[in-house]
Design a protein around this ligand. Structure first.
Ligand code: EPU
Length: 416
């Protein structure tokens, strides 16, 4: 098992190329089941969740391979309804098969999707929406089985909760139906916009109007070449890293619009962010604490909550973070405490006092919790080891080598 080893206290300076956005690459890969012809997807991150998604399509008989380092070619012409249950139960994004496989084959039977464990991750909104379009079936004994007679039917769907996954599933379910579907109370994350841009490039007719989405069904979607957005969460993680160490980073390839919601908080923390077309320049010296909460986009993302908590440990005045999306996203707290963090959790809020953390042996408990330990370790006195690196490689491409290239003393080592 690999581990990450970090000697803290080295300032970060230099350029980092931000990889493609995992959380849009995954639905876009599954959406290829709806498309006739070949898709060339560029800027696909080399992370293990992407490898799993490609393997799921290959098990179905599709062509789904990297043709160069960040480019994937997918052709699902010969795909059959043969789902790899083991891979599906490892990742949350396999929930996108609920729409894509149902539309393609008229039936889907799969285990409950897996993914990072931070409390219950219900999917009743996905099921409610698909039933609104005419699907029948549901969940039984950890399995999800949905069918539709002839085809799904366009309709109006009102989601009770803002959900990235349910929004994307509804778009993918509606895109090939005759007539117009309207999806209300939708998510607006850049991942959702990326999926819409991709499908529209393939010939779909989807419009996002803020809180609702209108899908005019089309008869078919054609294969295209499409470049996915860079990952705002990866960029935000490196902003937290430079906050913890001091220094200056240039983050390349990221859309400034996607960073804007982060900027409000980082400005408050005295972390300076400026931009120039698709490059963001970040510098930090003596960051200040903040009190903030996570919210659906354009609020501050839950996927940066643990990293921000680690950063606030190093900030003048400390601060607090309230988690409003996933109530179980606090497993990182015990790991930061091993490093001497003074964090108190009350309900969905953590109160953090300023402390110079000390290196320790820690365990990544999920993807972003692992990233938080990297932020903490880079700023800490002494050596930090992070076990369970398998969580981190699910969503970060070459995290250690990217940080080492800008001056971090961080490497992957073989553990016992
Ligand atoms: N929710 C329900 N019922 C549903 C669906 C969601 O109650 O049917 C709740 C969730 O429990 C949560 C909230 O709605 O409280 C939002 O969940 P959402 O559906 O938006 O999350 P998701 O689609 O499962 C994606 C990302 C997550 C990211 C969230 C929020 C993927 C594969 N995952 O999850 O990414 O945190 O949106 O932005 O896209 C990560 O990358 O570390 C990660 C966990």
């Amino acid at each position: 098992m690999e581990k990450i080893l970090i000697e803290g206290g080295h300032r970060l300076n230099g350029d980092i190329e931000i990889s493609g956005m995992k959380n849009s690459a995954l639905p876009i890969i599954f959406a290829c089941l709806l498309i006739e012809g070949e898709c060339i997807l560029e800027n696909i991150p080399r992370v293990s969740d992407v490898q799993n998604a490609l393997s799921i399509l290959k098990t179905m008989g599709a062509e789904a391979d990297f043709v160069d380092y960040h480019t994937v070619k997918i052709n699902t012409k010969s795909a059959e309804n043969n789902l790899d249950f083991e891979l599906i139960s490892k990742m949350r994004a396999s929930s996108y098969l609920l729409s894509c496989a149902l539309v393609r084959f008229g039936r889907v039977n799969m285990p409950y999707p897996g993914g990072c464990n931070f409390g219950s991750r219900p999917i009743e909104q996905h099921l409610k929406g698909l039933k609104c379009l005419g699907a029948r079936g549901g969940e039984s004994d950890g399995f999800l089985t949905l069918k539709c007679k002839n085809n799904l039917k366009s309709n109006k769907i009102s989601l009770d909760k803002i959900s990235v996954g349910a929004t994307i599933n509804m778009i993918m379910a509606a895109v090939l139906l005759e007539g117009q579907s309207v999806i209300e109370n939708v998510a607006r994350e850049p991942h959702v916009i990326d999926v819409i841009r991709f499908l529209n490039a393939c010939g779909a007719d989807i419009l996002h109007f803020g809180s609702y989405i209108r899908v005019n069904g089309v008869r078919k979607l054609k294969g295209v070449k499409y470049r996915i957005y860079a990952d705002m969460i990866e960029a935000g993680t490196y902003i937290a890293c430079v906050g913890a160490t001091g220094g200056a980073l240039s983050l390349k390839g990221i859309e400034y619009e996607h960073i804007r919601p982060l900027r409000l908080i980082f400005d408050e923390m005295n972390i300076k962010i400026s931009y120039n077309s698709r490059e963001i320049y970040v510098s930090s010296n003596n960051p200040k604490g903040t009190s903030m909460q996570t919210e659906p986009y354009p609020g501050f993302p839950t996927d940066l909550h643990p990293q921000l908590s680690a950063l606030v440990c190093y900030c003048e005045g400390g601060g607090s973070i309230t988690e409003n999306i996933f109530d179980g996203r606090f497993a990182y707290v015990a790991q930061l405490e091993k490093m001497g963090a003074k964090i108190k959790r009350v309900g969905n809020t953590v109160y953090i006092s300023q402390t110079r953390l000390i290196g320790a042996s820690t365990d990544a408990t999920d993807l972003r919790a692992g990233a938080a330990l990297v932020v903490a370790g880079l700023g800490a006195q002494g050596i930090t080891t992070i076990n369970n690196v398998n969580y981190i490689v699910r969503g970060y491409e070459e995290l250690t080598s990217k940080l080492a290239s800008v001056g971090g003393n961080i490497k992957l080592i073989q553990g016992e």
